[in-house]
Design a protein around this ligand. Structure first.
Ligand SMILES: [Cu+2]
Length: 110
C-alpha cells in the first residue's frame, strides 16, 4: 500500500501511457444526455454488463432514479455525471425524482 514510486511491477509511476478513450468521450452508444429537462435518447438499448453514463447538460439539478429501485443517482448538478452498470437483462424505466415528468428507459439485452 506504500506508493514508493519504484514499483517493479509494470506501472511506471508518473506517466499515463494511454491518453485515449475513457476520459472525454462524446455521447456514445452507452451515454444518456440530460438536456432541456429531458433524457436523450429516451430509450437506450445496451447489452448486459454495459456501463451507462448520464451527463447533466442542464443548469438545473437532476437525478436518475430507477422505478424499481435498481439504481439511484445523487443529485446531479450542472455538468455532473452518473454511471451505472447494468448486469442483468431487462427493461429499466427511470425518472428524475426532482422533475417526475422526465422519464426514460434503458433496455438491457443479453
Ligand atoms: Cu430533473
Amino acid at each position: 500500500m506504500v506508493p514508493d514510486g519504484s514499483g517493479p511491477t509494470g506501472m511506471p509511476g508518473m506517466s499515463m501511457p494511454s491518453t485515449s478513450a475513457a476520459a472525454a468521450a462524446p455521447a456514445g452508444p452507452n451515454a444518456v444526455t440530460i438536456d432541456n429537462f429531458a433524457f436523450g435518447p429516451n430509450s437506450l438499448t445496451v447489452k448486459a454488463g454495459t456501463t451507462v453514463t448520464w451527463t447533466n447538460k442542464d443548469e438545473e439539478p437532476h437525478t436518475v432514479v430507477a422505478n424499481d429501485g435498481s439504481f439511484r443517482s445523487p443529485t446531479l448538478g450542472a455538468g455532473a455525471t452518473y454511471t451505472f452498470t447494468f448486469a442483468k437483462a431487462g427493461s429499466f424505466a427511470y425518472v428524475c425524482s426532482i422533475h417526475p415528468f422526465m422519464h426514460a428507459t434503458v433496455v438491457v439485452t443479453q
